[in-house]
Structure formats: structure tokens, C-alpha cells
Design a protein around this ligand. Structure first.
Ligand code: WTA
Length: 644
């Protein structure tokens, strides 16, 4: 392995950091390893308010974990009420900017008031602890308000990213058996209105569990209101009180369900609970983002993904920070919107994705150069491996070689960051997420679970339960165990490949399963293939990813048509929109290639490896709409396999 360049944090940064040296990191790591109960118990006492203490720190009946067993708490209380008796009362909790340029600043006191009122609205609709809600909203303050109000009452929420289609929304509402849907008339994206309520209506046509729909007014666009079912948020709010005590909830109360792509056609409901999630998310705000009292922090992800849950809403608010929320596209109306926002609000910490960074590189240095970015002191990256060239650009052009970069590896399932530098302590190497955080026992292994040598590629696993881990798959504990914990028995299988270098640094290489990562969004091969074959003209579909300079990976679909399905010429756009309709626009294949037949093994399995090779090397050239006869290649390849 080539020795890579190292970057050390400046002395000034380290001196002020929560964790100041490699030695201090090692000490923390060792404590968590040797005495996990003591370690996590101490973190929980320091970071969180508990109405009642736990009887023991954790219980591990593989594959099921409980953390802070018997303790009582509430995350909404920890994000809000707790700060009201401190100087933070009038501190900005949320600085929000809409895409059209409108702004709002909510202090902790004001946010608390609005959350309490909305919680009373939900109570008024008869909702209570144990119920489930779907939140389908643009990135406006009402979104975190809805989440915090649900959490305040013990209602598990499932936020569905605003880019999902009616079909995708419907499956989620149905799987969750949600009683209420909280949405908005619309939102703004690249100057266009996203008609959320209309999409929700389409989904709701087939969702009998939903009794009420609460609609927040954002764009002012006229929407259909379904009598008896739909209510305007602002109208319901008029008659409620501002007082709403946080429910005293068990530590293991489900907090949220997030649906994510797995290896089958059906998205999985990742279930997170309260106590352990709170503790580890709060700790990582300090360890990874090195959060200080005076910081203005901006995570530019969408709240619809786990990153937004943990590091836009819950993490920063638990820590009493100021979190920036921006509604729209980072390059709208001009490519410097993101840099403009940083300059305007004097953002100190920026957390974004490699895809976004690569798009900024493409737009050119002149855009960030126009702005004073001197407020920045720390940069973060998440969602996919960051290529060293993008890392270097981020470091130079955005961080002015002054800001450490934290490349944070984690997943929807893990709940909080797992492998990442502690910026004041760990020297970084571009492209490596560096080392596991305290309490995270990560390893790189072969199929039998044996640790592989440094420099060798293997499966990334986690050997021990951790507080913020997901607890199960919604209504599918069997799949939870089978898929994640039984393949390498007793260990958590991440689905990523990795290698570790001689210094013990982890290099994440990407997914080893049929999950693709497009612009940091997880997409499943199976989910896309099932969407395609639902189209009446399609006989079979096989989907693979090809490397893409901006989005990391791009989706290429190989499709065979039914008899009489035409020659495909007019179908490309139709099938792309079809996928947009079935899943969401972000999932539309970049290319659709019509083929006579799909390459298969003798036993009939689609040879995805071969297709992957075709799209990466483009060995089989040709116009994307021409009909390729892959059966020939398939015959050649199986011959080769037999001969070798
Ligand atoms: C990938 C996002 C390399 C990985 C928080 C993982 C990364 C999947 C990194 C989870 C990183 C995330 N370096 N790869 N720093 N962060 N990934 O569930 O393949 O949307 O398994 O969670 O993204 O995606 P998810």
C-alpha cells in the first residue's frame, strides 16, 4: 500500500479541543473497551437528563440489545426544556433559511413553545405514546418541530425524504401503519415548487390506518383539503395551550423508524430507540465535531436521512448548539449559495457529502473564492468514500489548510458516527475515515470472521453492541438477526468492504452487497429492478452501478422487453419517469440499455459481475438505446468459466 500523506491538527486547534492528543484518544478507547458499563454510564450522566436512573447500563441477548435499562427520559426534554434554565434560553437553536431567501431564527425558548403547541395539537387528535406518525415535509422549521413534538409524546416518527414518490410514501405509511401524516402544501427546490400535499394525497388513497393529515402552509399554493381528514397546522394550533410536559418515557421507547434500502425489493424499517441513541449522538457531537459553546454548526444534509436526524436535529439541540437549516439546493440560484450562507451566518462547522464537494469542484474555485469563509474551523464529510482529490480540494479551497477534516463513517443502522477522526487528536490521511470511536470495536475479516492482515481487503464488522445501534427491523426481527448478526455469528455485518493499514486506519471501500450509493443515497439493486419489471413493457431488468465522477456511482439498467414491447426507442424516458414514480426522481437510472437477453449462468442467475464489467470498462460499446445481444457474451463467459 502506498504511504499516504498525513495531516496533523494545528497546536491551536488541539489545545482547545475536547480530546487533545492521540494518547487521550487511546485512553478513552481503552476505558470503553475494558469497562464499557462504567464508561457509558459516565457519559450518560454527563450528557443527558434522566427522570429516573437505569438499573444497569446494558443487556445483550444477541442479536437484541437494551441500553440504560429501566431508565426514564425524553429526548425532546433533553433538546429543549433542559436549556431553558440556562443562558441558552435565548440562544438561537435554529437558524433557518428558505430557498427563496426568507429567514427565521428560533431561540431555544421559542422552539420549545412551538414544539409544546404542536404536541398539544397531536394530543388533540387523540395521538399518544406508542402511536406512529409519518412526516413528509420540506426542510422548514416545522419539520424538526414535528419530530420533537412526536418525541415529546412518545410517538415514533418516520420522516420520509421529500424526494420520494407517492408509491414509496405509500409503502412506508402502510408498513408503519401510521395514524397520522404530517406534511406541507409544498416546498422549494431549485426555484420549483415540490407539491408534497398532492403527492401525499395520491399515496393516502390507499392507507386506511391514517385518520388525520396535518398540513403546514409553506408555499401558499392552493391544495385540496379532504374534509374530516385534513387539517391546517395553523388552524389547529390556534386553540391549544403552550404548556405540554414531556412524557416520562422508558429508555427503550422507539424514537424513530427510518426506511432504507437493503438487498431485497422492500425497504427495511430501521428502528431506533431513545436512551442509548441520545447518549452516543451527544458524545459524538463533542468527539467528532468538537462542538464549542460559540459554534454555529451546519450539516447540509436532508433531515429525511439519518444524518439529518442525528446531526441536524437531535445531536446539535441536545448539545445546546445553533444548528443551521437550509431548505433548498446548495447551488441555487447560483453555484455559491452554500458559501454565501456560510459567510452570512459565520458558520464554524460544515458537514456535507463527497458528492456535494465534487459538484462544487466542478463549478469552479471562483465561487467559494468570492466569499469570506474564515469563520470555518472544522469540515466534515459523510455518506460515501471521499476520494483523496476531493479531500485535498475541500482542505485547500474551503478550509484554507486550516480546518481539520472529519471523514465520518456510519450508517442508518448505527445511529451515530462510528469511525472518524477526533479532530484535535487524530492525524488524518485523505480518503481514510481513520479509527473507531470509543466503544466501537471494528474489525476487517474474511467470511469466517477471522481478522485479515493489514493491507488486505475484507468485510467490515462491529464486534460489540453500541448504545445508538438500531434495535430491530420494524416488524421483522427475524430478518434483523439473519441479515446483520448471524452471517458472522454475534458480530454486526455492515455490508461494507474495508481494509486497515499498518497504523490501524480504516479505508472504507464501498458496499459488498447489492446496495448502491448514488450521491450518498442508498439504493437497492432489487428495489430498482422490481420497480422496472412492474412496468407493463418490461420482461426482465438487471441493475448495476458504474463509477461516476460527481455522484460516486450512477445507475445503469439493462432491460429486456416483452414481445411487442417495441424496440425501446421511446421507452427510455418513460422508464426513467416510471422509476421516478415508483421510488423518486433521485433513483432514476442514468442509462437504460435495452438488450435481447440478460447474461445468465447455466443455473439462470443473472451475471451482474459481467454487467458491472461492461459498464465500468465499456467493453461492449454502443449507443445506449441499441439492442445488445448479451447472450453471446454470456455464452463466452460461461465457456471461459468452464475452461478455467
Ligand atoms: C457509506 C449514511 C465511506 C457506506 C450516514 C455505508 C461511507 C453507507 C461513509 C450508509 C464514509 C457512509 N466513507 N463510506 N465516511 N459514510 N458511507 O445508511 O457504504 O445512508 O454502508 O448512512 O454509506 O449509508 P446510510
Amino acid at each position: 500500500m502506498k504511504a499516504s500523506k498525513r495531516y496533523h491538527p494545528s497546536r491551536e486547534f488541539s489545545q482547545k479541543a475536547h480530546v487533545r492528543s492521540m494518547g487521550a484518544y487511546r485512553k478513552l478507547y481503552q476505558q470503553a473497551l475494558d469497562t464499557p458499563e462504567e464508561f457509558w454510564g459516565a457519559q450518560a450522566e454527563r450528557e443527558i437528563h434522566w427522570f429516573q436512573k437505569w438499573s444497569h447500563v446494558f443487556e445483550w441477548n444477541p442479536p437484541f440489545a437494551k441500553w440504560f435499562v429501566g431508565a426514564k427520559t425524553n429526548i425532546s426534554y433533553n433538546c429543549l426544556d433542559r436549556h431553558l434554565s440556562t443562558w441558552r434560553k435565548n440562544r438561537a437553536a435554529i437558524i433557518w433559511e428558505g430557498e427563496p431567501g426568507d429567514q427565521q431564527v428560533l431561540t431555544y425558548q421559542e422552539l420549545h413553545r412551538r414544539v409544546c403547541r404542536f404536541a398539544n395539537v397531536l394530543k388533540g387528535l387523540g395521538l399518544k405514546a406508542g402511536d406512529t406518525s409519518i412526516i413528509y415535509m420540506p426542510m422548514i422549521p416545522a419539520l424538526p418541530i414535528a419530530m420533537l413534538a412526536c418525541a415529546r409524546l412518545g410517538i415514533a416518527h418516520s420522516v420520509v425524504f421529500g424526494g420520494f414518490s407517492a408509491e414509496a410514501l405509500k409503502t412506508r405509511i402502510q408498513d408503519l401503519e401510521a395514524k397520522v401524516v404530517i406534511t406541507a402544501d409544498g416546498g422549494w427546490r431549485r426555484g420549483r415548487e415540490i407539491h408534497l400535499k398532492a403527492t401525499a394525497d395520491e399515496a393516502l388513497a390507499d392507507c386506511p390506518t391514517v385518520k388525520d393529515v396535518v398540513v403546514c402552509r409553506r408555499t401558499g399554493h392552493e391544495v385540496a383539503m379532504h374534509a374530516g381528514r385534513d387539517h391546517w397546522w395553523h388552524e389547529l394550533e390556534q386553540s391549544v395551550s403552550e404548556v405540554c410536559e414531556a412524557e416520562v418515557l422508558d429508555s427503550e421507547t422507539p424514537l424513530f423508524v427510518l426506511y432504507t434500502s437493503g438487498t431485497t425489493g422492500k425497504p427495511k424499517g430501521i428502528v431506533h430507540t431513545t436512551g442509548g441513541y441520545m447518549v452516543e449522538v451527544a458524545c459524538t457531537m463533542k468527539w467528532v465535531f468538537d462542538l464549542r459553546e460559540e459554534d454555529t454548526y451546519w450539516c447540509a444534509a436532508d433531515i429525511g436521512w439519518v444524518t439529518g436526524h442525528s446531526y441536524i436535529v437531535y445531536g446539535p439541540l441536545m448539545e445546546g448548539a445553533t444548528t443551521v437549516i437550509y431548505e433548498g439546493a446548495p447551488d441555487y440560484p447560483q453555484p455559491d449559495r452554500i458559501w454565501r450562507i456560510i459567510e452570512k451566518y459565520k458558520v464554524n462547522i460544515l458537514y456535507t457529502s463527497p458528492t456535494a464537494i465534487r459538484a462544487f469542484i466542478k463549478n469552479g474555485e471562483q465561487w467559494p473564492r468570492k466569499h469570506d469563509l474564515s469563520s470555518l474551523r472544522l469540515l466534515g464529510s459523510v455518506g460515501e468514500p471521499i476520494n483523496p482529490a476531493a479531500w485535498e480540494w475541500y482542505h485547500k479551497v474551503i478550509g484554507h489548510e486550516r480546518c481539520p477534516i472529519v471523514d465520518t463513517w456510519w450508517q442508518t443502522e448505527t445511529g451515530s458516527i462510528m469511525i472518524s477522526p477526533m479532530p484535535g487528536a487524530i492525524p488524518t490521511k485523505p480518503g481514510s475515515a481513520t479509527v473507531p470511536l470509543p466503544g466501537i470495536v471494528a474489525d476487517v475479516v474474511d467470511l469466517d470472521g477471522n481478522t485479515v492482515e493489514p493491507g488486505k481487503e475484507g468485510f467490515l464488522i462491529i464486534r460489540r453492541a453500541w448504545p445508538a445501534m438500531f434495535r430491530t427491523l420494524y416488524r421483522d426481527p427475524q430478518r434483523y438477526g439473519d441479515q446483520y448478526w448471524r452471517r458472522i455469528p454475534g458480530n454486526y455485518l455492515t455490508g461494507d468492504a474495508a481494509r486497515r493499514d499498518k497504523d490501524g486506519y480504516f479505508w472504507i471501500l464501498g458496499r459488498v452487497d447489492d446496495v448502491m450509493n448514488v450521491s450518498g443515497h442508498r439504493l437497492s439493486t432489487m428495489e430498482l429492478e422490481s420497480a422496472l419489471v412492474r412496468h407493463p413493457a418490461v420482461a426482465e431488468a438487471a441493475v448495476v452501478a458504474r463509477p461516476h465522477e460527481i455522484t460516486g456511482q450512477a445507475v445503469v439498467a439493462f432491460v429486456t422487453l416483452k414481445h411487442g414491447g417495441g424496440d425501446g426507442k421511446d421507452l427510455v424516458e418513460e422508464l426513467r419517469s416510471w422509476v421516478g414514480h415508483e421510488i423518486g426522481s433521485f433513483a432514476k437510472p442514468e442509462q437504460i440499455r435495452f438488450v435481447e437477453s440478460l447474461p445468465k449462468t447455466r443455473s439462470g442467475k443473472i451475471m451482474r459481475r459481467l454487467l458491472r464489467e461492461i459498464v465500468t470498462t465499456d467493453k461492449v460499446a454502443g449507443d445506449i438505446t441499441t439492442l445488445e445481444d448479451l447472450s453471446v457474451i454470456s455464452r463466452l463467459s460461461s465457456q471461459q468459466e468452464e475452461e478455467s
